[in-house]
Design a protein around this ligand. Structure first.
Ligand code: SAH
Ligand code: SF4
Ligand code: F3S
Length: 453
């Protein structure tokens, strides 16, 4: 083995789960003596952590991969790894398509990167996609931020939404124990992190697979219990969680969010469609009435709570009227943010082979209509911040205006204000909001208010 330093590069596609996995894999690589390279072309190990949620995400991977596969023909020492959801979905097929690959590994294997690479360096081409019990990672992740961090609480998903690849690629639900989660949060608190987002594809399923029931017969470990268990970790000023599923969302959880001061009053609850027939075809397990009731209850407890969601338009068979039911829900609720998507048929999912698919033209037209509405309603939702003093946790310099710093309010609104990042990074600052836009705010720092004598 040579002693010159080996550089690695990771490109991450997809959701927060993938970002969290990438940080752990980067930690493993650094433990093995690799050093980060911003430039993929300077690296001798390249890892693509891939996303398969929509076809566009998957195609992006192939174009990136094609370039590096070509480079490998000139530099046979290059190690090429495909991890994540496309790796899981395609498995061996990916090796046949790109024979230059050294390692194809599904998301459940992220923490095993070290062992798998040993096999590669022994001269093997490796595919790791079998389903396994996820092992705890003992390496220190290389985190992108020094202020905010993700903590996985449950892996996988047992739902069967008819459009979605996640259960196929992420496997069945596996919860981490409350003790392991709290210990990790304590470590992050000691390292100076201020905000933690607890992660799960369906975070309301947390604990269902852990042993133990209460006297009343409910699972002993629920997301609500977890929040009570971790809310006071020293140093952690803010706790968020995502993603919530309307089917399992409880009033107990809402109460906990109101009661626990460090839990942010911000809810990410995808509704996907505002039409009951569509929701049924999607196998979502709730009606738009139930969804509305959840939001109403949240607002009864916390009138100012921020609400964000995901929505899909152009699902097979969606009529104009059904689309309008979605638009109506968006108007009625007044969301702070919605991640919108046109339906994309995915391999191995039920809806992909139905014969009532809509044309790309109809789908993209509907997406534009939804997006226009979302930007109007988000702008309206932003108005309530104007003139208010909000607590902002400073994360970064504003890359477009270096005299400004960027952070988020407790409601997760991106906020900019004049300040020095060296002084303010990781600080909770009171900011008076002077300008509002659909998805971001601008303000001025308010000097610490001295209480009048
Ligand atoms: N677990 C979360 C979301 C997971 S995927 C939930 O249950 O809501 C993130 C988002 O991608 C979904 O909320 C959905 O809006 C979108 N999505 C998933 N599959 C899709 C598909 N086949 N086409 C278009 N959008 C999709
Ligand atoms: Fe996909 Fe549904 Fe699971 Fe969310 S709950 S990850 S949309 S199957
Ligand atoms: Fe994509 Fe996998 Fe996340 S498919 S959205 S990276 S779970």
């Amino acid at each position: 083995m040579t002693t010159s330093k080996r550089l690695y590069h990771i490109t991450t596609f997809g959701c927060q789960m993938n970002k969290a996995d990438s940080e752990r894999m980067a930690g493993i690589l650094e433990d093995m003596g690799f050093e980060w390279s911003e430039d993929p072309n300077a690296a001798s190990l390249i890892l693509y952590n891939t996303c398969s949620i929509r076809d566009s995400a998957e195609q992006k991977v192939y174009s990136y991969l094609g370039r590096q596969a070509k480079r490998k023909q000139e530099e046979p020492g290059l190690t090429l790894v495909v991890a994540g959801c496309v790796a899981q979905q395609e498995g061996e097929v990916l090796l046949r398509r790109v024979p230059e690959l050294d390692l194809v590994m599904g998301p459940q294997h992220a923490n095993r990167l070290g062992d798998l690479l040993e096999q590669v360096f022994d001269g093997n081409q490796v595919v790791a996609t079998e389903s396994i019990n996820i092992v705890e990672d003992i390496t220190k992740p290389r985190r992108d931020s020094t202020v905010t961090a993700w903590v996985n609480v449950i892996y996988g998903c047992n739902e069967r939404c008819t459009y979605c690849v996640v259960p196929n690629v992420r496997g069945i639900e596996q919860s981490r124990t409350p003790e392991v989660i709290r210990a990790q949060m304590e470590e992050l608190g000691r390292q100076g992190y201020k905000e933690i987002t607890l992660l799960g594809q369906n975070i309301d399923a947390y604990g269902r697979d852990l042993p133990g029931v209460t006297e009343s017969g409910r699972h002993q470990h629920t997301l609500t219990d977890l929040l009570y268990y971790v809310h006071d970790v020293p140093g952690i000023e803010r706790i968020r969680f995502a993603t919530s599923h309307p089917r399992y969302f409880t009033e107990r959880l809402i109460r906990a969010c109101k009661e626990l001061p460090r839990v942010c009053q911000h809810f990410h609850i995808p509704f996907q469609s505002g039409d009951n027939e569509m929701l049924k075809a999607m196998s979502r397990g709730y009606t738009h009435e139930k969804y509305r009731r959840i939001i109403k209850t949240i607002r009864e407890y916390m009138p100012d709570a921020a609400i964000s969601a995901d929505a899909i338009v152009g699902f097979p068979g969606e009529t104009e009227e059904q689309l309008e039911n979605t638009l109506k829900l968006v108007e009625d609720i007044g969301f702070d943010l919605i991640n919108t998507a046109a339906y994309s048929p995915r391999p191995g999912t039920p809806a992909a082979i139905w014969d009532n698919q809509l044309s790309e033209e109809v789908k993209s037209d509907r997406l534009q209509r939804l997006n226009r509405l979302v930007s109007v309603t988000a702008t309206q939702a932003s108005q309530r911040y104007l003139g208010r003093v909000e607590e902002v946790l400073v994360e970064e310099q504003n890359s477009k205006d270096t005299t400004q710093v960027m952070g988020r309010t407790r409601g997760n609104r991106l906020t900019f204000f004049t300040g020095n990042i060296e002084e303010l990074k990781g600080q909770l600052v009171q900011v008076k909001i002077t300008e509002v836009r659909a998805f971001s705010l601008t303000g001025e720092r308010v000097k610490n208010l001295i209480p009048s004598a």
